[in-house]
Write a protein that binds this ligand. Structure first.
Ligand SMILES: Cc1cc2nc3c(=O)[nH]c(=O)nc-3n(C[C@H](O)[C@H](O)[C@H](O)COP(=O)(O)OP(=O)(O)OC[C@H]3O[C@@H](n4cnc5c(N)ncnc54)[C@H](O)[C@@H]3O)c2cc1C
Length: 465
């Protein structure tokens, strides 16, 4: 006999957990089960702790500027536990010509800073007169067209830091749809940004300074978030070690195969990274324009030092043209308290990414030795680390490159044609934790409103009879 439910959620990463949590909150009577292939929930979110050091396999935190994420912290009681590092006080650096350059957070300070020569600054202002670029350009093409060549290393660093990606491949429409809209609406990004700042200033109470968001995590690391959500959902709602092998449309909804078990429900949510959704969707209702999208995999090398200090700030990123072994470093013990034993520092150095998957083939010892040699050219450190560990995350970061727009359209059409099917998760509507939480809230609201509608229709029929 199949298990009968109202909603099946495939994947108990952050996306699946938030959808489950929201449905339980709004409709406690709604029968939901999360099917998760691994032995624990959380997906790529996983914290590491050893010998007094705390580090992350996956995400290090999220910015507290998203209403849905703040609401989630309140609902889960995690707001009181959060640790925060404000962008206002924590600077970031970009490595240019083997030196760490501070990147100021305000646009005015960026213009004044000696990041690019004055003639290039005037070229950046030329953006005001550039027509919107048509087609589907890559980030690099688009940025060069609008702002000139001089800013490219900084823009490269931004996409190394977020996607571990290659800005010569990532598509601007996929990774920054908001900027493209601004370009179309205002004819210029600078003009659009000024208009946005004016609106924000008008909304802000008089005399209150502009607030900067904070990087947010938890004393025991990011894993606390999925752990708390799973705890609130309860064991009976999450079926671990349950890899979904096939999905099928049936007259009353959806059927899902899990090893030797079968589930049926009115709603089926695939809360999975793009490639894992594509595997399950193959052959369901036409073939997608892409069988697979590229992913960027990284390794994180955790270095602990005694008798050492870090420059102030979050850390630094390195553009590709610097030709270094590492992608950048997070100054973890600067960002959050208790990440290293008393009197020690810890930082996490990233290796690999979309452009250098071959570096991940190295064994841990060689990879860590190369990473340390690279970091030591940029930071003043004692000879030998007190602690070294290589962490390899359980998933890659989806890359929104060529034909991603067509894939998204295909997904939207598929979901439109197949009532009760929802496809979301890592890489579909962005790649950040805030993106996942926002989408999860919107999916759960749609399911809830349809559940209410169905109930209302059923009740109306009853009265009619
Ligand atoms: C190395 C790394 C660093 C990151 N850093 C940041 C950061 O600093 N800030 C930030 O905002 N974001 C960051 N992100 C992105 C963030 O982690 C993701 O947006 C988010 O965790 C994705 O959650 P998800 O639930 O959609 O996907 P996942 O976490 O991938 O979860 C999907 C789940 O589905 C399960 N699953 C897969 N196939 C099946 C199947 N057939 N049957 C059943 N279960 C299945 C998997 O086991 C997994 O548990 C980072 C990501 C990575 C990889």
């Amino acid at each position: 006999m199949p298990h009968l439910k109202d909603t099946l959620i495939v994947g108990a990463g952050l996306t699946g957990l938030v959808i489950g949590h929201k449905l339980k909150l709004s409709h406690p009577e709604h029968q939901v089960v999360l099917l998760e292939k691994s032995p624990s929930p959380g997906g790529v979110i996983s914290s590491f702790s050893d010998a007094g050091y705390l580090a992350e396999y996956g995400p290090h935190g999220f910015l507290d500027n998203c209403a849905e994420s703040r609401e989630l912290l309140e609902e889960t009681g995690l707001e009181a536990e959060c640790v925060r590092a404000s962008l206002h006080t924590f600077v970031r650096y970009v490595c240019i010509n083997s030196k760490l350059m501070v990147i100021p957070q305000s646009p005015l300070k960026i213009i004044r800073a000696p990041l690019i020569p004055w003639p290039d600054k005037f070229r950046v202002l030329g953006e005001l007169f550039k027509k919107p670029l048509t087609g589907e350009p890559t980030v690099a093409k688009w940025a060069e067209y609008r702002f000139g060549k001089a800013l490219l290393p900084y823009i490269d660093a931004v996409f190394t830091g977020t996607y571990a990606g290659d800005y010569n491949e990532l598509k601007i429409d996929a990774v920054m749809p908001g900027l493209r809209q601004m370009e179309r609406e205002h004819g210029s990004i600078i003009r659009g940004a000024l208009a946005k700042a004016r609106t924000a200033r008008k909304k802000r109470p008089k005399g209150r300074p502009l607030e900067m968001p904070s990087m947010t995590s938890f004393p025991d690391g990011m894993q606390r978030l999925p752990q708390r959500l799973a705890e609130m959902l309860g064991q009976q709602m999450i079926s671990l070690n349950s890899a979904v092998t096939a999905i099928k449309k049936i007259p009353r909804g959806w059927q899902v195969e899990v090893q030797n078990d079968t589930y049926q429900a009115a709603n089926l949510v695939l809360a999975l990274p793009v490639n894992q959704s594509l595997n399950l969707l193959s052959g369901l209702d036409g073939e997608p324009p892409l069988k697979k999208i590229p992913e960027a995999w990284i390794a994180t090398v955790v270095f602990g030092f005694d008798q050492a200090s870090l420059p102030p700030g979050f850390g630094y990123l390195i553009p590709e043209r610097e030709q270094r072994f590492t992608l950048g470093t997070l100054f973890s013990s600067n960002m959050f308290p208790n990440r290293a034993p008393e009197g020690h520092i810890v930082f996490e150095t990233l290796v690999g990414g979309r452009r250098h998957p071959e570096r991940l083939q190295l064994d841990d010892e060689t990879l860590a030795a190369h990473a340390l040699a690279d970091v030591k050219e940029l930071l003043e450190l004692p000879d030998t680390p007190h602690y070294t560990r290589v962490l390899r995350p359980s998933g890659g970061i989806p890359q929104l490159e060529k034909d991603y727009g067509r894939l998204l359209q295909w997904r939207n059409d598929l979901v439109g044609r197949n009532h009760g099917l929802y496809v979301c998760g890592f890489g579909w509507e962005g790649i950040g934790l805030n993106d996942m939480i926002k989408t999860a809230c919107s999916v759960s609201e749609t399911i809830s409103s349809r559940a209410t509608q169905t109930q209302e229709q059923a009740e109306a029929k009853k009265i009619y009879f």
